[in-house]
Design a protein around this ligand. Sequence first.
Ligand SMILES: Cc1cc2nc3c(=O)[nH]c(=O)nc-3n(C[C@H](O)[C@H](O)[C@H](O)COP(=O)(O)OP(=O)(O)OC[C@H]3O[C@@H](n4cnc5c(N)ncnc54)[C@H](O)[C@@H]3O)c2cc1C
Length: 499
Amino acid sequence: MSAVQKAHIAPAPATGSMRTGDDYLRSLADGRAVYIDGERVRDVTQHPALRQAALSAAKLYDIAADPAMAERMTYVSPTTGNRVLRAFQIPRSHADLKAKRLASETWSEASFGMMGRTPDHVSGFFCGYAAVPEVFEAGGKQFAENVVAYYEHLRENHLWATYAIVPPQIDRSKPAHKQSDPALYAGVVKEKDGGIVVAGAQQLATAGLYSDVLYLSCIHPLQPGDENYAIGVAIPMNAPGLKLYPRRPFAGQAQNGFDHPLSSRFDESDCFVVLDNVFVPWEHVFIYRNLEVCRDQWWKTPSHAYGNLQAQARYATKLRFMVGLAQRMNEATGNAGVPPVMVQMGELAALASIVETMLESQEIKATIDDNGVVWPSRSALYAVMALQSEINPRMIEIIRELTGAAMITMPSSLKDLESPETAADIERYLASSVSGARERIALMRLAWDFIGSEFGARHQQYEKFYGGASFLVKQNMYRNYDVKRSTDLVDRALAMPAL
Ligand SMILES: Cc1cc2nc3c(=O)[nH]c(=O)nc-3n(C[C@H](O)[C@H](O)[C@H](O)COP(=O)(O)OP(=O)(O)OC[C@H]3O[C@@H](n4cnc5c(N)ncnc54)[C@H](O)[C@@H]3O)c2cc1C
């Protein structure tokens, strides 16, 4: 391994032991370049707007390192015999696939489904790559070896990879190589001894600033001439030249955990990525100037299906939380037993159940390939992903309708509950028949943070776009549907003899 590589790999826990939350937090102080308000963040774990989400992420590692959770969250590495995160398991049976989903459910419950790009998302993509390395071999044998070795490196060191796989929205009317400057979109600009140099920008590494490694590639369709952008490379977050520009952190405005219970804790951030001539050693290059492999990595391996199985497990958890939130709010207003309210709750529950059932359907309808690798059902996956951008706003709309003004008719902050001048009014008039004022305000704050805050609005955008724009997801659905079975039916109807 080259000196450059060694310097950039995040510190790992002692061989054989699970990574704890403390190990993880320590590893974040590695000199990564994160910029907020024009200034470089010295330490993500100390920044007031970033610290709490780092602690929430650390809890995930503590959950996995808890010996009582070993069976749920880990499995035995096939190469070292050590316990490693189940997120890295390549499923070889339907039971393995279910076990992966349950591990993701446990992690997603820790944030009520609010953190989308936890370490089990991009790990799923790497499982998919390592399961079908032949796809990478099409670009050269060394690339298949590199991707399998890197997958094992992530797995054995319990590392967290995030990804930036969409070119920036500078001018979508032109392909990558016809942009005003060829180094605008992230791509290779030079070959050097021992590796390549990448430059340009890419969107949008959610949780990038909390992770160990960036996977840089492209899922957008590329065309002949775009070869420099058809790459797949892993870059440690503290690599010289890698810069992260997170959107404005919502936790920065969150005065306290009572008034902003979600945004203060679970703002995972979304980072615009700039690569200022970043050197990538060959060992970390998996796809090199190859349009076909760059496309096939998503569709001819189970990568997209594994990664999005986690995304759906997380989404199903969030919807369960949403139904619970609506129920508690109805109870607070005394409306829970009103028949029309029960009808609306029924619609919410139906939509949440569809997502949950489609998640299980990805397992039940999973298939096993010639190498014994289990692929989740992609028709089940894309069906639910394709409808997500309609289901989600509908559910939010129902909750808004059910709550009336409740989320707004709240005092300005916790201080109103504490001030001797205001507390008596608040206690008297903001209580409900089932709780005191403090509990009712806490519930409404939770609901507003979920639905109406800037954090809530970002979540609505996230559910629409995290898996790609819906017109693309619907095309995936179409490609994975058994259209022939449908047209055969029509043809048989047309072939019915005249009566
Ligand atoms: C909160 C959030 C988190 C994200 N996290 C990540 C991440 O972790 N990693 C990552 O790589 N990316 C991430 N993304 C980026 C995401 O992958 C992209 O937003 C997504 O792929 C859509 O691309 P775009 O935003 O460039 O939209 P565009 O592709 O520019 O499309 C925008 C809109 O234009 C219209 N449109 C454009 N072209 C067509 C067409 N051919 N036919 C019909 N309509 C069209 C559609 O209405 C479409 O919704 C995230 C995005 C969001 C919002």
